[in-house]
Design a protein around this ligand. Structure first.
Ligand SMILES: Cc1ncc(COP(=O)(O)O)c(C=O)c1O
Length: 407
């Protein structure tokens, strides 16, 4: 078998998140689900499958193609104009003051950015501390690079915030890095300032590298403060921050993300950027500039996602066998269904009786078992979402009845 020549992390790759849909054959599986009238609520893609690009972003991109500007690479590795806009945003939103050409690398989406952020640091056997549950790529990237995953479990009882003692207890001579998804996917948790200060202190004391993925930094609800860990004392020099236009701005199709770090790290990243991530699409970068210059459309998204997180919470939290918290950020809901069965049983039941496709919690880590993730940010029409959630409520009540949990 040719695959036996692969490294173990690839030998065990099975279509990742989509393996429960159909092995690596994502496109076809989606078509089949759509034909059955299944509502797809498993793509963390705002308003999917409906169009969501603001007209001024589309216009800028079209013009870049018409004028011929988009025929070529942006140099060096990312548009200087985009980096200047990003630097403004970093100052305003993240409290980071950076030199645009020095401290920012534009990446084709933040998935590749996340991989690139970790890659230079991880030697075989290095231990990487990762909150569990969190974004599956954190675990897979670590394994691909020959690192060792050290799981930091978080629980509903603490609002899914981490305890610093869990990091301290797992520290060894081999600990190299902390990878933090903040806000977290799937739990939507926004790590509080006091928690991040403790983590920063721990990282500084033990000379650890921090990779933080802030793809979901906007929107954050209920006035919760979104703290950029790289802006905390002692953190700038040891943190690589990963950002994206895909989530808060709903521009996933642009495939634009960016990395931010201090000069010594960046010099090395720039040295390898062409071979590891390559250039990002030129017209997409033009679109990203337009989105940053006029981001007023995000206000509408905030209202929409705020309303929808409440709809999902109000519809599901009181079902026997189900427990959940109101989402703190983004457009996801994280639901504990362990009182009703395994996550696969509940998914299959919902697929059949509510015609919805949602995510199993299992790929998000050990603590994801017994959970499901619902992407409530899909569809532009609220009513489509409300109907799908209504069907889920009915189906879960029915399942609870079958399990003898209610009349
Ligand atoms: C936490 C998190 N980070 C990063 C990404 C990657 O997004 P993109 O590559 O579109 O920027 C995702 C996508 O789902 C995500 O959930």
């Amino acid at each position: 078998m040719i695959t036996e020549k692969m490294i173990p992390a690839f030998q065990k790759a099975e279509g990742g998140l989509f393996s429960s849909v159909e092995k690596a054959d994502v496109g076809d599986a989606v078509v089949k689900l759509k034909e059955r009238g299944v509502a797809l609520m498993s793509w963390a893609d705002p308003f999917y499958p409906d169009p969501s690009m603001p007209p001024h972003v589309a216009e800028a991109m079209i013009e870049s193609i018409r004028s011929g500007f988009a025929s070529h690479y942006t140099m060096p590795i990312g548009s200087g104009e985009l980096k200047a806009e990003i630097a403004e945003k970093l100052k305003k939103v993240n409290g980071l003051t950076v030199v645009p050409d020095r401290n920012i690398i534009i990446t084709p989406g933040s998935d590749s950015g996340l991989f690139f952020a970790m890659l230079p640091f991880i030697h075989e056997g290095d231990e990487v501390m990762i909150v569990d549950p969190s974004y599956p790529n954190n675990f897979q990237n670590t394994e691909i690079m020959g690192g060792v995953i050290v799981r930091i479990p978080v629980y509903a009882e603490n609002g899914y915030q981490f305890n610093i003692s869990d990091f301290e207890e797992r520290l060894t001579k081999k600990t190299k890095m902390i990878v933090l998804t903040n806000p977290n996917n799937p739990t939507t948790t926004v790590y509080r300032r006091e928690k991040l200060l403790e983590l920063a202190d721990f990282a500084v004391k033990n000379d650890l590298v921090v990779v933080v993925d802030q793809a979901f930094e906007q929107p954050v609800f209920d006035g919760i403060e979104m703290v950029t860990i790289a802006a905390l004392p002692g953190m700038w020099e040891r943190t690589v921050s990963v950002f994206s236009f895909s989530k808060g701005m709903g521009l996933s199709g642009l495939r634009v993300g960016y990395l931010v770090a201090d000069d010594p790290i960046m010099d090395k990243l720039y040295g390898a950027a062409v071979s590891v991530v390559g250039a990002t699409n030129t017209s997409a970068q033009v679109g990203a500039i337009a989105a940053l210059r006029d981001d007023s459309f995000m206000g509408k998204y905030f209202e929409c996602f705020d309303r929808r997180r409440r709809i999902v919470y109000d519809s599901l939290h009181d079902i026997p066998g189900v427990s959940m918290q109101l989402s703190e950020s983004g457009f996801l809901s994280w639901v504990d269904v362990s009182g009703l069965g395994t996550e696969s049983e509940v998914l299959a039941y919902l697929g059949e009786h509510a015609l919805v496709s949602i995510n199993s919690g299992a790929p998000y880590g050990e603590e994801g078992k017994g959970h499901i993730r619902i992407v409530h940010g899909v569809f532009s029409d609220n009513q489509v979402l409300e109907e799908a959630v209504g069907k889920m409520r009915k189906a879960l009540f029915r399942l609870a009845k079958e399990k003898g949990l209610c009349e």
